[in-house]
Design a protein around this ligand. Structure first.
Ligand code: NAP
Length: 241
């Protein structure tokens, strides 16, 4: 199924997985709206999208701020004339023992990873529902599928995101809107380098591996869907294994 001509909104598109997803959709002939807080990084991603002769719309936005999300989605919808695919990718992590976690760190994790997806999805949904079509891809994590020591807030946010994803898949089915979660294992990005500086990242996934999974979901036939796509390192152990 061709994605040519589709309009895609990617949050957290300034670097890492979000940038790879934005560029992968541009390679397939999509226009892309890009959201993140750092204008400089968004400009670099936009340049990479335009190198594929596709439109890029840069929207500086903190996904945890309702007013900023409303403005960002309005700008994206106005510039692209609609959004066919929303990728909720922006994420935050603070890995430490639960006993040392501050309320501020707990709240920020849930605000960005869970409430951010809530806000962006609610802002985009009316236009998708009116067109009776659309696709929402939430970038979750293996931390949304299993407990990981010293990741309590992050695990809680990603388990919550998986619950939201599955519930929306049922609620939005009558509108022809598909909702999926991608749950990657470790991906070598600034995020994992900051959160897990001591881990050897040899053989970890690259952002392009997650982007490939997002394209796969976007090319599913309308008869088929996939709720949760777990993408792990080839040499890692399957969950439950
Ligand atoms: N790397 C991994 O090992 C891994 C594994 C599984 C899942 N994930 C998930 O993958 C997603 C992307 O992670 P990544 O590894 O690509 O991280 P990354 O390289 O640090 O990139 C994160 C992107 O999100 C943006 N962002 C962060 N907070 C934001 C906010 N409040 N509002 C808007 N944009 C925000 C960042 O830009 P600004 O800072 O400029 O806003 C940046 O563009 C996250 O949801 C993460 O949980 C990552």
């Amino acid at each position: 199924m061709s994605l040519r001509g589709k309009a895609v909104l990617v949050t957290g598109a300034g670097r890492g997985i979000g940038r790879a997803i934005a560029v992968a959709f541009a390679e397939q002939g999509c226009d892309v709206a890009l959201a993140a807080r750092s204008a400089d990084e968004l400009a670099e991603t936009a340049q990479a999208v335009r190198a594929h002769k596709q439109r890029a719309v840069e929207c500086v936005c903190d996904v945890a701020e309702p007013g900023e999300v409303a403005r960002m989605v309005y700008e994206a919808l106005t510039a692209l004339g609609g959004i066919d695919i929303l990728v909720n990718n922006a994420g935050y992590a603070c890995f430490k023992p639960f006993v040392d976690l501050t309320l501020e760190e707990w709240r920020r994790t849930l605000d960005v990873n869970l409430t951010g997806a809530f806000l962006c999805t609610q802002a985009v949904l009316p236009s998708m529902m009116a067109r009776r079509s659309g696709r929402i891809i939430n970038i979750s994590s293996v931390s949304g599928l299993k407990p990981i020591v010293e990741q309590s807030a992050y695990c809680a946010s990603k388990h919550g995101l998986n619950g939201l994803t599955a519930t929306l898949a049922m609620e939005l089915r009558p509108y022809g809107i598909a909702v999926h979660a991608i749950c990657p294992g470790g991906v070598d990005t600034q995020f994992s380098r900051d959160a897990m500086p001591d881990r050897d990242k040899t053989n970890w996934l690259l952002p392009e591996d997650v982007a490939h999974a997002a394209l796969y979901l976007s090319m599913l036939s309308p008869r088929a869907t996939t709720d949760t796509l777990l993408v792990r390192r080839f040499d890692s152990t399957p969950i439950g294994g």
